[in-house]
Design a protein around this ligand. Structure first.
Ligand code: LLP
Length: 426
């Protein structure tokens, strides 16, 4: 459930008419709903039903500072994959003790920063990385809490680019190798084994892969404990899907009601890393129709947002519901909705049925709160769009639209390319 709804034919976020926001901040922009975020957090938290847990929100889905602060104030921890995300999490007020750190390529300086922040645990993805964490912790006279990321070799049944728990992908370690990894960890002087981690993919819409991989993990915990190692945290990763179109993913309550019985016997604290299920349907992208055109084959609706603003359709052929912000009685047409970028892959929808829109009309691209702005780029020298947070009947710009000077702010022209005084004098 979200708080985007039509009132007298106009699309509102909570009590704010989104056409009014467009008039004030221009288009395109991302808009997030405070009440929806709060509701998703609450749904996730209450689903634990008293079972000990830490919810480590996956920053990669949406790392806007205001959104993070809201999540931090609601008690969320963080799942991070870079020093930059650590920085953002700390700035938002998320305590180190609620931060888990995954990713196959942690650098020495990132490891140092994480040790300094006294994070809950490193989710380690290879034995070389394990040795490096041990070395860096030794230099800093610290102990590094670690979990190894186990690759349970389960097909999550989602898009190949966002499936991670299979052997052919780069993530984690196969079970047997992970066992060796834990034996190594026990011998290393500066790491403490505290947990086990897995994450099998994203936008999962069935319980089965979650349950199968959880069972494998629990089984694995038994084997590590048999060797005398103490496992306190079971990190089941993220991946819970959302409804973009007609999917019917489990609700958080169903997800956890099924997962908790599998892990209960371990007595471990359950860590989860939801991203999309918290922010995905709490946001949308608002864009304006620039032009229409047609050829023998197709209608095209050209909008002012492009693949640089929301790349999911181009990259994963992802479906996003698109609808006019103002409902009018118009014929239904079938059209491609495309952006202004110079690539054929710059589209939001192919052969989509929608009411015939005209120049200047506003469109909402739904379910864009996750992996929308965080994957945006400046391709085609397009300034990144504004982000807006709605709460009740007010809205707040939580990231201003970039300017042309922002585009060049970090560039430097070497002196040999600068006009010399002599030449300038001529
Ligand atoms: N934990 C780990 C270790 C992850 O790699 C991810 C996502 C998550 C948690 C959060 O997963 P979620 O709950 O959001 O499914 N850009 C793609 C999604 C990439 C997901 C990468 N890892 C998209 O737009 O669909």
């Amino acid at each position: 459930m979200d708080h985007f709804h039509f009132k007298r034919g106009r699309l509102y976020a909570e009590d704010v008419n989104l056409s009014d926001v467009a008039a004030k901040v221009g288009t395109p922009f991302y808009v997030y709903s405070h009440a929806t975020l709060a509701r998703h957090i609450q749904a996730m938290e209450s689903a634990f039903n008293g079972y000990p847990h830490v919810v480590c929100y996956a920053l990669k889905a949406n790392s806007n500072g205001a959104v993070l602060r809201l999540l931090a104030q609601a008690g969320m921890g963080a799942d991070i994959v870079s020093g930059g995300e650590l920085f953002r999490a700390r700035k938002a007020g998320i305590p180190g003790q609620k931060i888990v750190y995954a990713g196959v390529g942690k650098t020495e300086s990132e490891i140092r920063d994480a040790l300094r922040a006294r994070i809950l645990m490193f989710n380690v993805e290879s034995t070389e990385e394990l040795r490096e964490i041990d070395r860096v912790a030794g230099l800093m006279a610290r102990r590094a809490p670690i979990a190894l990321r186990v690759n349970p070799d389960i097909d999550a049944g989602t898009h190949p680019y966002i499936t991670t728990g299979m052997k052919k992908y780069k993530f984690g370690m196969p079970v047997e190798e992970a066992l060796e990894g834990y034996r190594l960890a026990r011998r290393l002087r500066n790491v403490d084994v505290v947990g086990v981690h897995k994450h099998i993919g994203s936008q999962l819409t069935e319980m089965k892969p979650f349950l199968e991989s959880a069972e494998r993990l629990v089984n694995f915990v038994g084997r590590i404990r048999a060797e005398g190692m103490d496992i306190r945290y079971l990190d089941m990763g993220g991946g819970l899907g959302i409804r973009y179109d007609t999917e019917t993913p489990p609700e958080p309550s169903e997800w956890l009601r099924n997962l908790i019985p599998v892990v209960r016997s371990t007595g471990c604290t359950l860590v989860i890393e939801p991203g999309r299920s918290i922010v995905g349907n709490a946001g949308m992208l608002v864009t304006r129709v620039l032009y229409r055109k047609r050829n023998d084959l197709k209608n095209f609706i050209i909008v002012d947002a492009g693949m640089n603003d929301l790349i999911r359709p181009s990259l994963y052929n992802a479906y996003h519901r698109i609808e006019p912000l103002v409902r009018k009685k118009r014929a239904i047409i079938r059209a491609d909705i495309v952006g202004p970028i110079c690539e054929s892959g710059d589209f939001f929808a192919h052969d989509r049925d929608l009411p015939e829109v005209r120049r200047g009309d506003l469109l909402g691209v739904r379910s864009a709160g996750a992996y929308g702005f965080t994957m945006a780029s400046n391709y085609n020298s397009r300034p990144r769009v504004a982000e807006v947070l709605v709460r009740g009947d007010r809205f707040h710009v939580v990231r201003r639209r970039e300017t042309y000077s922002d585009l060049m702010a970090k560039e430097q022209v070497p002196s040999f390319l600068k006009p010399s005084r002599k030449r300038a004098a001529k």
